[in-house]
Design a protein. Structure first.
Ligand SMILES: NC(=O)C1=CN([C@@H]2O[C@H](COP(=O)(O)OP(=O)(O)OC[C@H]3O[C@@H](n4cnc5c(N)ncnc54)[C@H](OP(=O)(O)O)[C@@H]3O)[C@@H](O)[C@H]2O)C=CC1
Ligand SMILES: O=C(O)C1=N[C@H](C(=O)O)C[C@H](O)C1
Length: 238
Protein backbone atom coordinates (compact mmCIF):
# COMPACT_ATOMS: atom_id res chain seq x y z
CA UNK A 1 0.00 0.00 0.00
CA UNK A 2 1.05 3.59 -0.57
CA UNK A 3 0.55 5.15 2.87
CA UNK A 4 0.30 8.86 3.59
CA UNK A 5 1.39 9.56 7.18
CA UNK A 6 -0.50 12.61 8.44
CA UNK A 7 1.37 13.41 11.65
CA UNK A 8 5.05 12.52 11.67
CA UNK A 9 5.76 12.52 15.39
CA UNK A 10 6.12 9.63 17.82
CA UNK A 11 3.34 7.57 16.23
CA UNK A 12 3.93 8.56 12.60
CA UNK A 13 7.58 7.54 12.84
CA UNK A 14 6.83 4.23 14.60
CA UNK A 15 4.23 3.38 11.92
CA UNK A 16 6.66 4.33 9.13
CA UNK A 17 9.30 1.84 10.39
CA UNK A 18 6.79 -0.95 10.71
CA UNK A 19 5.13 -0.20 7.33
CA UNK A 20 8.46 -0.26 5.49
CA UNK A 21 9.43 -3.52 7.20
CA UNK A 22 6.16 -5.03 5.93
CA UNK A 23 6.87 -3.92 2.36
CA UNK A 24 4.52 -0.93 2.18
CA UNK A 25 5.49 2.40 0.61
CA UNK A 26 5.28 5.82 2.25
CA UNK A 27 3.43 8.18 -0.14
CA UNK A 28 4.47 11.14 2.02
CA UNK A 29 4.61 12.55 5.52
CA UNK A 30 2.86 15.63 6.92
CA UNK A 31 3.75 17.71 9.98
CA UNK A 32 3.53 21.42 10.85
CA UNK A 33 6.39 22.30 8.50
CA UNK A 34 4.60 21.10 5.33
CA UNK A 35 0.90 20.99 6.27
CA UNK A 36 0.10 22.91 3.04
CA UNK A 37 1.26 19.90 0.95
CA UNK A 38 -1.71 17.80 2.11
CA UNK A 39 -3.65 19.10 -0.91
CA UNK A 40 -1.25 17.29 -3.27
CA UNK A 41 -2.43 13.84 -2.10
CA UNK A 42 -5.25 12.10 -4.00
CA UNK A 43 -6.44 8.51 -4.53
CA UNK A 44 -4.15 8.48 -7.61
CA UNK A 45 -1.00 8.64 -5.45
CA UNK A 46 -2.26 7.36 -2.06
CA UNK A 47 -4.03 4.12 -1.05
CA UNK A 48 -4.64 5.09 2.58
CA UNK A 49 -3.88 7.91 5.03
CA UNK A 50 -2.92 7.17 8.64
CA UNK A 51 -3.61 10.20 10.80
CA UNK A 52 -2.01 10.71 14.25
CA UNK A 53 -1.74 14.45 14.90
CA UNK A 54 -3.35 16.75 17.44
CA UNK A 55 -6.87 17.55 18.77
CA UNK A 56 -6.92 20.83 16.77
CA UNK A 57 -5.75 19.28 13.50
CA UNK A 58 -7.45 15.88 13.34
CA UNK A 59 -10.91 16.77 12.02
CA UNK A 60 -9.54 18.96 9.20
CA UNK A 61 -7.18 16.19 8.08
CA UNK A 62 -9.90 13.53 8.21
CA UNK A 63 -12.33 15.81 6.31
CA UNK A 64 -9.75 16.39 3.57
CA UNK A 65 -9.24 12.63 3.08
CA UNK A 66 -12.96 11.84 3.08
CA UNK A 67 -13.85 14.57 0.57
CA UNK A 68 -10.97 13.51 -1.72
CA UNK A 69 -11.84 9.80 -1.55
CA UNK A 70 -8.71 8.71 0.37
CA UNK A 71 -9.50 5.97 2.93
CA UNK A 72 -8.41 7.26 6.34
CA UNK A 73 -7.37 5.58 9.60
CA UNK A 74 -7.23 8.02 12.51
CA UNK A 75 -5.92 7.55 16.03
CA UNK A 76 -5.82 11.18 17.14
CA UNK A 77 -7.55 11.84 20.45
CA UNK A 78 -9.24 14.90 21.95
CA UNK A 79 -11.32 15.87 18.87
CA UNK A 80 -14.36 13.60 19.24
CA UNK A 81 -16.88 16.46 19.63
CA UNK A 82 -16.64 16.45 15.79
CA UNK A 83 -16.79 12.64 15.40
CA UNK A 84 -20.45 12.62 14.22
CA UNK A 85 -19.58 15.26 11.56
CA UNK A 86 -16.78 12.98 10.33
CA UNK A 87 -19.23 10.07 10.15
CA UNK A 88 -21.68 12.22 8.12
CA UNK A 89 -18.91 13.29 5.74
CA UNK A 90 -17.85 9.69 5.26
CA UNK A 91 -21.40 8.56 4.47
CA UNK A 92 -22.10 11.53 2.14
CA UNK A 93 -18.90 10.87 0.18
CA UNK A 94 -19.21 7.07 0.24
CA UNK A 95 -15.77 7.07 1.84
CA UNK A 96 -13.89 4.77 4.23
CA UNK A 97 -13.12 5.91 7.79
CA UNK A 98 -11.59 3.87 10.62
CA UNK A 99 -11.28 5.36 14.10
CA UNK A 100 -9.98 3.97 17.40
CA UNK A 101 -8.96 5.76 20.57
CA UNK A 102 -6.48 2.93 20.97
CA UNK A 103 -5.20 0.55 18.24
CA UNK A 104 -3.47 -1.93 20.54
CA UNK A 105 -5.07 -5.40 20.42
CA UNK A 106 -4.29 -5.75 24.14
CA UNK A 107 -6.18 -2.56 24.99
CA UNK A 108 -9.16 -3.73 22.93
CA UNK A 109 -9.20 -6.99 24.92
CA UNK A 110 -9.00 -4.81 28.05
CA UNK A 111 -12.06 -2.83 26.76
CA UNK A 112 -13.92 -6.11 26.27
CA UNK A 113 -13.11 -7.39 29.77
CA UNK A 114 -13.89 -3.96 31.22
CA UNK A 115 -17.43 -4.07 29.78
CA UNK A 116 -17.95 -7.60 31.12
CA UNK A 117 -16.66 -6.72 34.61
CA UNK A 118 -18.83 -3.57 34.70
CA UNK A 119 -21.91 -5.63 33.78
CA UNK A 120 -21.24 -7.82 36.84
CA UNK A 121 -20.10 -5.08 39.26
CA UNK A 122 -23.12 -2.81 38.81
CA UNK A 123 -25.09 -5.06 41.20
CA UNK A 124 -22.58 -4.48 44.04
CA UNK A 125 -23.28 -0.95 45.20
CA UNK A 126 -20.66 -1.09 47.98
CA UNK A 127 -17.91 -0.67 45.36
CA UNK A 128 -16.85 2.79 44.12
CA UNK A 129 -15.55 2.63 40.55
CA UNK A 130 -12.84 4.93 39.14
CA UNK A 131 -10.36 5.03 36.24
CA UNK A 132 -6.71 6.12 36.34
CA UNK A 133 -4.73 6.90 33.19
CA UNK A 134 -1.00 7.68 33.20
CA UNK A 135 0.89 9.11 30.21
CA UNK A 136 4.13 10.87 29.25
CA UNK A 137 4.61 14.60 29.85
CA UNK A 138 4.16 15.58 26.16
CA UNK A 139 0.54 14.42 26.01
CA UNK A 140 -1.68 17.46 25.27
CA UNK A 141 -5.17 16.09 25.99
CA UNK A 142 -6.75 14.75 29.14
CA UNK A 143 -8.39 12.49 29.96
CA UNK A 144 -6.85 10.15 27.39
CA UNK A 145 -9.08 8.91 24.57
CA UNK A 146 -8.59 5.40 25.94
CA UNK A 147 -9.70 6.58 29.39
CA UNK A 148 -12.89 8.00 27.88
CA UNK A 149 -13.63 4.80 25.92
CA UNK A 150 -13.06 2.82 29.14
CA UNK A 151 -15.51 5.13 30.96
CA UNK A 152 -18.13 4.65 28.22
CA UNK A 153 -17.77 0.87 28.62
CA UNK A 154 -18.51 1.17 32.34
CA UNK A 155 -21.28 3.77 32.08
CA UNK A 156 -23.28 1.49 29.75
CA UNK A 157 -23.83 -0.80 32.78
CA UNK A 158 -24.20 1.90 35.46
CA UNK A 159 -27.45 3.81 34.79
CA UNK A 160 -27.12 5.63 38.15
CA UNK A 161 -23.92 7.36 36.98
CA UNK A 162 -24.69 10.50 34.96
CA UNK A 163 -21.38 10.62 33.05
CA UNK A 164 -17.65 10.89 33.66
CA UNK A 165 -15.67 13.66 35.37
CA UNK A 166 -12.08 14.66 34.68
CA UNK A 167 -9.97 14.59 37.85
CA UNK A 168 -12.92 15.43 40.08
CA UNK A 169 -14.19 13.07 42.78
CA UNK A 170 -16.57 15.62 44.33
CA UNK A 171 -19.66 14.25 42.54
CA UNK A 172 -20.51 10.63 43.42
CA UNK A 173 -22.95 10.52 40.50
CA UNK A 174 -20.02 10.81 38.07
CA UNK A 175 -17.30 8.30 37.16
CA UNK A 176 -13.98 9.94 37.99
CA UNK A 177 -11.13 9.64 35.46
CA UNK A 178 -7.85 10.51 37.18
CA UNK A 179 -5.10 11.71 34.79
CA UNK A 180 -1.43 11.57 35.77
CA UNK A 181 1.54 12.73 33.67
CA UNK A 182 5.00 11.24 34.29
CA UNK A 183 8.18 11.08 32.19
CA UNK A 184 8.30 8.38 29.50
CA UNK A 185 5.07 6.53 30.35
CA UNK A 186 3.71 5.19 27.02
CA UNK A 187 0.17 4.56 28.26
CA UNK A 188 -1.30 2.95 31.39
CA UNK A 189 -5.00 2.51 32.17
CA UNK A 190 -6.40 1.03 35.39
CA UNK A 191 -10.03 0.50 36.42
CA UNK A 192 -10.54 0.19 40.18
CA UNK A 193 -13.57 -1.02 42.13
CA UNK A 194 -12.99 -0.27 45.81
CA UNK A 195 -15.10 -1.10 48.87
CA UNK A 196 -14.46 -0.75 52.60
CA UNK A 197 -13.04 -4.26 52.67
CA UNK A 198 -11.25 -4.83 49.35
CA UNK A 199 -10.22 -3.64 45.91
CA UNK A 200 -10.57 -5.17 42.42
CA UNK A 201 -8.43 -3.84 39.55
CA UNK A 202 -8.19 -4.37 35.79
CA UNK A 203 -5.27 -2.70 34.04
CA UNK A 204 -3.34 -2.37 30.80
CA UNK A 205 0.26 -1.16 30.57
CA UNK A 206 1.78 -0.45 27.14
CA UNK A 207 5.52 -1.26 27.09
CA UNK A 208 6.08 0.60 23.79
CA UNK A 209 4.18 2.21 20.88
CA UNK A 210 4.59 -0.95 18.75
CA UNK A 211 1.14 -2.28 19.69
CA UNK A 212 -0.57 0.98 18.61
CA UNK A 213 1.38 1.07 15.32
CA UNK A 214 0.72 -2.59 14.56
CA UNK A 215 -3.04 -2.13 15.09
CA UNK A 216 -3.17 1.03 12.95
CA UNK A 217 -1.38 -0.72 10.09
CA UNK A 218 -3.67 -3.72 10.42
CA UNK A 219 -6.65 -1.33 10.20
CA UNK A 220 -5.19 0.36 7.09
CA UNK A 221 -4.80 -3.02 5.37
CA UNK A 222 -8.27 -4.16 6.49
CA UNK A 223 -9.88 -0.92 5.21
CA UNK A 224 -8.72 -1.48 1.60
CA UNK A 225 -11.75 -2.03 -0.66
CA UNK A 226 -14.23 -1.24 2.14
CA UNK A 227 -16.72 1.64 2.34
CA UNK A 228 -18.21 2.99 5.60
CA UNK A 229 -17.27 3.78 9.19
CA UNK A 230 -15.42 1.20 11.25
CA UNK A 231 -13.66 0.60 14.56
CA UNK A 232 -11.65 -2.09 16.30
CA UNK A 233 -14.73 -4.13 17.28
CA UNK A 234 -15.51 -4.57 13.57
CA UNK A 235 -11.97 -5.62 12.69
CA UNK A 236 -11.31 -7.88 15.69
CA UNK A 237 -14.87 -9.28 15.93
CA UNK A 238 -14.91 -8.41 19.65
N1 LIG B 1 -5.27 5.64 18.94
C1 LIG B 1 -4.07 5.22 19.38
O1 LIG B 1 -3.79 4.00 19.45
C2 LIG B 1 -3.06 6.23 19.79
C3 LIG B 1 -3.37 7.55 19.71
N2 LIG B 1 -2.42 8.49 19.96
C4 LIG B 1 -2.83 9.86 19.70
O2 LIG B 1 -2.22 10.25 18.46
C5 LIG B 1 -1.93 11.63 18.46
C6 LIG B 1 -0.46 11.85 18.11
O3 LIG B 1 0.35 11.25 19.08
P1 LIG B 1 1.95 11.32 18.97
O4 LIG B 1 2.43 10.81 17.67
O5 LIG B 1 2.45 10.72 20.23
O6 LIG B 1 2.16 12.91 19.01
P2 LIG B 1 3.44 13.77 18.52
O7 LIG B 1 3.28 15.10 19.18
O8 LIG B 1 4.68 13.00 18.72
O9 LIG B 1 3.21 13.94 16.95
C7 LIG B 1 2.16 14.72 16.42
C8 LIG B 1 2.45 14.98 14.96
O10 LIG B 1 1.36 15.71 14.41
C9 LIG B 1 1.86 16.89 13.76
N3 LIG B 1 0.87 17.98 13.82
C10 LIG B 1 0.31 18.51 14.91
N4 LIG B 1 -0.54 19.51 14.56
C11 LIG B 1 -0.47 19.58 13.21
C12 LIG B 1 -1.10 20.42 12.26
N5 LIG B 1 -1.96 21.39 12.63
N6 LIG B 1 -0.82 20.21 10.95
C13 LIG B 1 0.04 19.25 10.57
N7 LIG B 1 0.69 18.43 11.44
C14 LIG B 1 0.42 18.60 12.74
C15 LIG B 1 3.12 17.24 14.53
O11 LIG B 1 3.90 18.08 13.73
P3 LIG B 1 5.10 18.97 14.38
O12 LIG B 1 6.06 17.98 14.98
O13 LIG B 1 5.66 19.70 13.19
O14 LIG B 1 4.43 19.84 15.41
C16 LIG B 1 3.70 15.84 14.73
O15 LIG B 1 4.34 15.42 13.54
C17 LIG B 1 -2.37 12.14 19.83
O16 LIG B 1 -3.69 12.64 19.72
C18 LIG B 1 -2.38 10.88 20.69
O17 LIG B 1 -3.26 10.96 21.77
C19 LIG B 1 -1.17 8.16 20.34
C20 LIG B 1 -0.81 6.86 20.47
C21 LIG B 1 -1.73 5.77 20.21
O1 LIG C 1 -0.93 10.32 23.58
C1 LIG C 1 -0.59 9.13 23.72
O2 LIG C 1 0.61 8.81 23.82
C2 LIG C 1 -1.63 8.10 23.71
N1 LIG C 1 -2.83 8.45 23.42
C3 LIG C 1 -3.96 7.61 23.28
C4 LIG C 1 -5.07 8.04 24.24
O3 LIG C 1 -5.26 9.24 24.45
O4 LIG C 1 -5.78 7.16 24.73
C5 LIG C 1 -3.62 6.15 23.31
C6 LIG C 1 -2.44 5.76 24.13
O5 LIG C 1 -2.81 5.63 25.46
C7 LIG C 1 -1.25 6.69 23.96
Amino acid sequence: MRILLIGYGKMGKTIEQMALAKGHQIAGTIDHTNADTLSSYTPENTDVAIEFTHPEAAFGNISYCLTQGIPVVSGSTGWLDSYSDAVQLCLQNKGAFFYASNYSVGVNLFFHFNEYIASKMQAYKEYQVSIREIHHLQKVDKPSGTGITTAEGILASFPDLTGWAADDDSDNAKLNIISEREPDVVGTHIVTYESEVDKIELGHIAHSRAGFAEGALMAAEWLQGREGVYGMKDMLNL
